[in-house]
Write a protein that binds this ligand. Structure first.
Ligand code: NAP
Ligand code: 8YV
Length: 301
């Protein structure tokens, strides 16, 4: 907020907190700044006749109606790359957490169970295991590099095979899942990937397989995931994102074979600052007539 307020007159989420007051100032609004999860529907943009730009502080922009923005000649920007390390770090942390049951072990000590019940039950080895990545883009590749440090084999699926990379390519998530121990999801959200990870994929992943979702909740069929976890179709899941945020399905809360984080993969002071700087700098560039730093691909030409 501070750097935004230095450059602009900011109305902080007034459309949500006071729609009547928002309606009065709406004709003067020239830019929208929002987070990666922000909803910027065409209906909101339609209330803003002077709108010139939408700047998203996040790499994912599935909440923005990009065709509607383009129809209005309103460019959309986002914050790619500056968060690759952070999201990849948390992903490896989630993989270790679910395989080694680190949060559960922490609870075991805090609840005094170590002294009463003895050693913690044995867990699962991650080093040397097989990793499958659904979406081998900027963040997916950062995850792959880290996994190599754990001696893991890496395979992936994406819209297209990456000839320049030595990892094995599978044409679908289901075929990939059948070959791996850990299946990490890191695609964009939106209609094209909705429920791409479903009951069929869980069956292919199998009873020793772990699902890790750091992409968007919409990519995974959460109800089918709950069933798969309850029935032992897969070994476990570590999730940073959910279909209804901030309300993950309650069935997940009490399960021992899941690790849940609250959409925090990019959430360090350092990285959020870098994302904020880029989001603000895109706005500053636009309003000073300079080229945008990081338009979304659909607006790059
Ligand atoms: P990116 O560089 O654009 O990579 C996206 C990857 O997904 C690409 O490999 C792409 O395939 C693949 N993909 C896209 N649509 C697909 C489809 N329909 N089927 C299969 N694969 C598909 O994006 P990124 O910077 O790595 O970010 C990825 C996503 O992570 C973001 O969009 C966001 O939703 C999520 N994210 C979450 C957090 C968090 O806090 N949990 C933080 C940052 C990002 P091609 O390579 O063939 O094009
Ligand atoms: C953030 C994200 O939680 O970049 C994304 O797509 O989901 C996350 O980095 C969010 O965008 C912060 O605004």
């Amino acid at each position: 907020m501070e750097p935004l307020q230095q450059h602009f007159e900011v109305h902080d989420r007034l459309h949500e907190s006071d729609p009547a007051a928002f309606a009065k100032i709406a004709p003067t609004i020239r830019g929208i700044c929002g987070g990666g999860e922000s909803k910027v529907p065409g209906a909101l943009m339609a209330q803003l006749p002077a709108l010139e730009i939408v700047s998203i502080m996040g790499v994912g922009y599935d909440g923005v109606d990009v065709p509607a923005a383009i129809g209005r000649k309103v460019p959309v920007t986002h914050t790619p790359n500056v968060l690759n390390d952070e999201v990849a770090d948390l992903t490896l942390g989630l993989m270790l957490s679910i395989a080694r049951k680190i949060p559960q072990a922490d609870q075991y000590v805090r609840a005094g169970r170590w002294g009463k019940e003895g050693p913690f039950p044995l867990t699962r080895k991650m080093s040397g295991a097989r990793l499958g990545i659904v979406g081998l883009g900027r963040i997916g590749q950062a995850i792959a590099t880290r996994a190599e440090g754990f001696g893991m084999s890496v395979a992936y699926t994406a819209r297209s095979a990456k000839k320049e990379l030595a990892y094995a390519y599978y044409p679908s998530a289901k075929e990939l899942a059948a070959q791996v121990d850990f299946l990490v999801i890191i695609t964009p959200g939106g209609a094209a990937t909705k429920h791409m990870i479903n009951a069929e994929v869980f069956k292919a992943l199998g009873p020793r397989g772990y699902l890790i979702n750091v992409a968007r909740g919409s990519v995974v069929d959460e109800a089918a995931l709950v069933t798969a976890l309850q029935q032992g179709v897969i070994a476990g899941a570590a999730l940073d994102v959910y279909e209804k945020e901030p309300h993950p399905m309650e069935a997940l809360w009490s399960m021992d074979n899941v690790v849940l984080t609250p959409h925090m993969a990019s959430g360090t002071r350092e990285t959020r600052q870098a994302m904020a700087d880029l989001a603000v700098n895109n706005l500053v560039a636009h309003f000073s007539g300079k080229p945008l730093i990081s338009p979304v691909p659909e607006c790059a030409n």
